[in-house]
Design a protein around this ligand. Structure first.
Ligand code: NDP
Ligand code: 8X3
Length: 256
């Protein structure tokens, strides 16, 4: 039996991924939510199922593991679920050191999560989409994949990779009727800066002071919009910024 529209969201335990889960559940989509923090996923799934009467599956997963994508594909096949939409959202920045002072461990975490993780999941799920003849992949890029900024070096490089991969995926998948979209946000208030500054909440809070950043729900609205368009319409690339942010480096702050 064909499931209703199913969205698979990586990094659904927090921030943009969690907001997407909420918006898509509200819009009647079934969900497969993934992240490493499975206790959070269990609570989120229980809440959304109760609130919106939609099916919410979860899979604990670290996208850095090469088998992570195959694990998801097996889950779908075993449960006869068709992937209508993959939201490649799991990602992070770690550190903001200059290139000559950066930690290679931080660089590897970003490269392994933001580039290799996205590739592992896509490599496993895209064949299910090509076989069924429909599907949509939405990659969460960043303004950091359009412009660099001091200390952004490797994080920016990973998001430039997402930008390039999104274009390349669209070319490879166009003949199968599969849509590929990038959504590239500016500053969004999530756990992103807490992770970047390795738990330093004071420093993280300062990132969003003096202006109104995007909320994760603002970005989720854009994701849902792209996913809800008629099948012949594709948003290739959507840059979404707080009104107070003009570029990666220019934010108009009103300090008291
Ligand atoms: P959060 O830190 O709030 O959420 C990140 C999510 O990614 C979490 O659910 C986390 O889950 C998951 N994640 C991180 N590492 C892994 C991993 N190895 N395996 C599986 N899941 C992982 O940040 P955001 O919501 O802000 O970030 C979401 C995406 O948006 C990222 O790709 C980020 O680069 C991008 N982005 C963010 C912006 C911002 O200003 N916040 C702006 C532009 C883009 P868990 O820890 O449970 O595994
Ligand atoms: C997150 C936005 O500008 O902090 O991708 O890199 S930024």
């Amino acid at each position: 039996m064909e499931n209703t529209r199913l969205a698979i969201i990586t990094g659904a335990s927090s921030g943009i991924g969690l907001a997407c889960a909420e918006k898509f559940a509200e819009a009647g989509w079934d969900l497969l939510l993934t992240a490493r923090r499975s206790e959070r996923l269990k609570l989120i799934a229980a809440r959304l199922q109760k609130k919106f009467k939609t099916a919410v599956f979860i899979q604990e997963m670290d996208v850095r593991e090469r088998e992570s994508g195959a694990q998801l594909a097996h889950f779908l096949t075993r449960n006869q679920l068709k992937p209508h939409l993959l939201i490649n959202n799991a990602g992070l920045a770690v550190g903001i050191a200059s290139i000559h002072e950066g930690l290679t461990d931080d660089w590897e975490r970003m490269i392994d999560t933001n580039i290799k993780g996205l590739l592992y999941v896509t490599r496993a799920l895209a064949p299910l989409m090509t076989a069924q003849g429909f599907g949509h992949i939405i990659n969460i890029g960043s303004i950091a994949g359009k412009e660099t900024y001091p200390g952004g070096n490797v994080y920016c490089a990973t998001k430039y990779a997402v930008d390039g991969l999104t274009k390349a995926m669209r070319m490879d998948l166009v003949s199968y009727g599969i849509r590929v979209t990038q959504i590239a946000p500016g500053a969004v208030e999530t756990e992103f800066s807490t992770v970047r500054f390795k738990g330093d909440e004071d420093r993280a809070t300062k990132v969003y002071q003096g202006f109104k950043p995007l909320s994760p729900e603002d970005v989720a609205d854009a994701v849902l919009y792209c996913a809800s368009l008629p099948a012949h319409v594709n948003i290739n690339d959507l840059v979404i910024m707080p009104t107070a942010q003009a570029s990666a480096t220019i934010i108009h702050r009103k300090m008291e």
